[in-house]
Design a protein around this ligand. Structure first.
Ligand SMILES: [Fe+2]
Length: 201
């Protein structure tokens, strides 16, 4: 059966930007619900859990499933949350290396990249995520609805912010922009840096 990845920090470590209560609910209730539902659905399909979560997403069409839409929704929920939780840390970890160079090439500076990321995020209607993803045509900032994910179209998700209200509403109410601006005070780009370096090598 699949598991949620460890956070690598405590619920309270992201205060005051993400409050302890939100983090606890987000990891232990919301994300865990996707995980438990996914595991249950896969058991009902007699799946042997021989693939990683990412491999399963990339090969989802090779199997015939009962409740395929539900499986995709919950699989996206687990993969997206795993990445999102790794995109935050006790203190911010900046963009470096090849990724930094290519983001500056595309957006002019890292500050401009962050500005554009927030602009794209503000455009998302309803629930979903904004991703920095690597597509065949290069780096893109893209909104995905609900629990859709770049992983299903074989793009590489590098960095994401969860824009479901459960991610911020307790602390920020309707002030999504403030949540986004504050997110970059604790944003951790180490996964993005590492993945991009590996792909570019
Ligand atoms: Fe979430």
């Amino acid at each position: 059966m699949y598991k949620l990845e460890d956070l690598g920090y405590l619920y309270q470590d992201l205060e005051p930007y993400i409050d302890t209560h939100t983090m606890g609910l987000h990891y232990n209730k919301h994300a865990k619900k996707y995980l438990n539902t996914l595991n249950q659905l896969l058991l009902e399909n007699n799946f042997d859990f021989s693939l990683s979560l990412v491999e399963l997403a990339q090969n989802i069409d090779l199997y015939s499933w009962n409740n395929k839409d539900e499986i995709i929704f919950n699989l996206g929920g687990v993969i997206n949350h795993n990445l999102y939780f790794h995109c935050m840390n006790k203190k911010k970890i900046e963009v470096t290396g090849e990724l930094k160079n290519d983001l500056i090439k595309k957006y002019g500076s890292i500050d401009e990249f962050i500005k554009e990321f927030i602009t794209v995020s503000m455009r998302l209607k309803g629930s979903g995520y904004t991703f920095l993803e690597l597509t065949p045509s290069g780096l893109e900032i893209t909104n995905y609805k609900n629990q859709d994910s770049p992983i299903f179209s074989l793009n590489v998700p590098l960095f994401t912010i969860d824009l479901w209200e459960h991610a911020y509403y307790i602390n920020y109410n309707y002030d999504k922009r403030k949540y986004l601006e504050n997110f970059f005070e604790i944003a951790d780009f180490s996964v993005a840096n590492h993945l991009y370096e590996r792909i570019k090598r």
